[in-house]
Design a protein around this ligand. Structure first.
Ligand SMILES: [Zn+2]
Length: 408
């Protein structure tokens, strides 16, 4: 007998072997331990020690946020005000704001303060249905400091059931190393990347390849070191200027190319050939008033699209995904089905999490019971989407934050 059976549900499986979102209109699923033991039609369901009647409501995979910078100290609300008054991101960065403005507070913060701040953001994400989340380093930009950030990510992750995927981010050359940037890149490649890999602190390396960050040649050097250390690669690509990062990520069969407001047809073709995921970050796109990424060209080329929060103190201080799904559909031109696959199955692929982001037999039981029955309601009712969550299960257990309003 299964420990828990959820029945009388509209189950969105996101199973790649079923069409579209893999809906089972009168569906049920059975959980044993931390995994889904059975899934199918309501009439054939097994008996469970505990049974939940979902009352025809929607049950979906837990959401996966595949791009965040969730470990940082301080905030940049002042810059938000400057941008609202008309200043551009690059103007603010040249005036000493931007990423560099987060280095001081993050370097000065204690381990415990960083772990607590990250933990609060992870909890907010969970309350919004995020059961798996990527966290990038990148707000220290010294070898020892970046390793410390990744150890803090591991410490926060060890305290929760939510799945946390750590990424080492080559964010930019810090101002104090501007005069010897070649030596800084050599340190990243020769010391930071092999040490992070050796300690098991990251599963991939991300590089910010753009104006004001790393050049294409530097990005290639960083990726070469990452692959030599056995780590996957992904890039911040073409947020402001297309430097050819999409072509490079495709050439190296990277996991994802993210942002892509600026990308050539050759870059898109390279992503399609490699099966690399294109991660859309609509919150940052809107907040920085950037042109929208070419969703239609990516779709036509057959590139899988993911949607993420880009949670960071500068351009997108947002822990939850439903509002990103709203922006993806209304501002970027993605369909509701694309937005859903973008925060489930395709997000899992962007993180290299095989089998995650779908409700299938044997998968980890990360799922959401919603207080509505239509997939479109989550982006459509964007102001209240988080309140539409009835319960979140993480690895088979109801999350502490679950709003179990009714005893069903
Ligand atoms: Zn980012």
């Amino acid at each position: 007998m299964s420990e828990l059976v959820v029945h009388n549900a509209r189950v969105m499986t996101c199973d790649p072997d079923r069409p579209g979102l893999g809906m089972i209109d009168r569906g049920a699923l059975a959980i044993a331990g931390d995994a889904i033991r059975w899934i199918g039609g309501d009439a054939e369901r097994p008996r469970g020690a505990r049974e939940i009647d979902a009352g025809g409501r929607l049950v979906t995979p837990g959401l996966i946020d595949c791009h965040t910078h969730a470990i940082f100290a301080g905030d940049r609300a002042v810059e938000f005000g400057m941008r609202a008054a008309g200043a551009s991101y690059l103007e603010i960065a040249r005036a000493g704001g931007g990423i560099a403005a987060s280095l001081g507070p993050t370097r000065a913060a204690s381990d415990e303060a960083l772990i607590a701040a990250l933990g609060a953001r992870l909890d907010a994400a969970l309350a919004g249905g995020t059961t798996a989340i990527e966290v990038k380093s990148g707000y220290d930009l010294t070898v020892e400091g970046e390793l410390r950030l990744l150890r803090c990510v591991a410490a926060a992750a060890a305290r929760r059931r939510q799945r946390v995927v750590p990424t080492l981010l080559a964010h930019l050359v810090p101002p104090e190393r501007a005069a010897d940037r070649d030596a800084f890149v050599a340190e990243l490649c020769g010391a930071l990347i092999p040490r992070a890999a050796g300690e098991g602190l990251a599963s991939s390396v991300d590089a910010y390849c753009d104006e004001g960050a790393f050049t294409l040649a530097e990005t290639r050097a960083i990726f070469t070191a990452a692959r030599a250390a056995g780590l996957a690669v992904r890039a911040h690509a073409g947020q402001f200027r297309d430097l050819g990062a999409a072509e490079l990520v495709g050439e190296l069969s990277g996991l994802s190319a993210d942002h892509l407001e600026q990308v050539s047809d050759a870059g898109i073709a390279a992503l399609a050939r490699a099966g690399t995921v294109a991660v859309m970050l609509p919150g940052a796109c809107v907040q920085l008033r950037l042109p929208v990424p070419p969703v239609e060209r990516l779709r036509r080329a057959g590139v899988a699209l993911a949607v993420a929060s880009d949670l960071n103190p500068g351009s997108s201080y947002c822990e939850t995904l439903p509002i990103q799904m709203w922006l993806a559909t209304t501002h970027l031109g993605m369909t509701v089905d694309e937005a859903w696959l973008g925060v489930t199955r395709h997000a899992a692929r962007a993180l290299g999490l095989a089998g995650a982001g779908a409700l299938t037999r044997g998968a980890r039981a990360d799922l959401i019971v919603w207080a509505c029955d239509e997939p479109a309601h989550i982006p459509y009712r964007y102001g209240a989407a988080v309140q539409l969550i009835d319960a979140v299960f993480v690895a088979g257990e109801p999350a502490d934050c679950s709003i179990l309003r009714r005893d069903r």
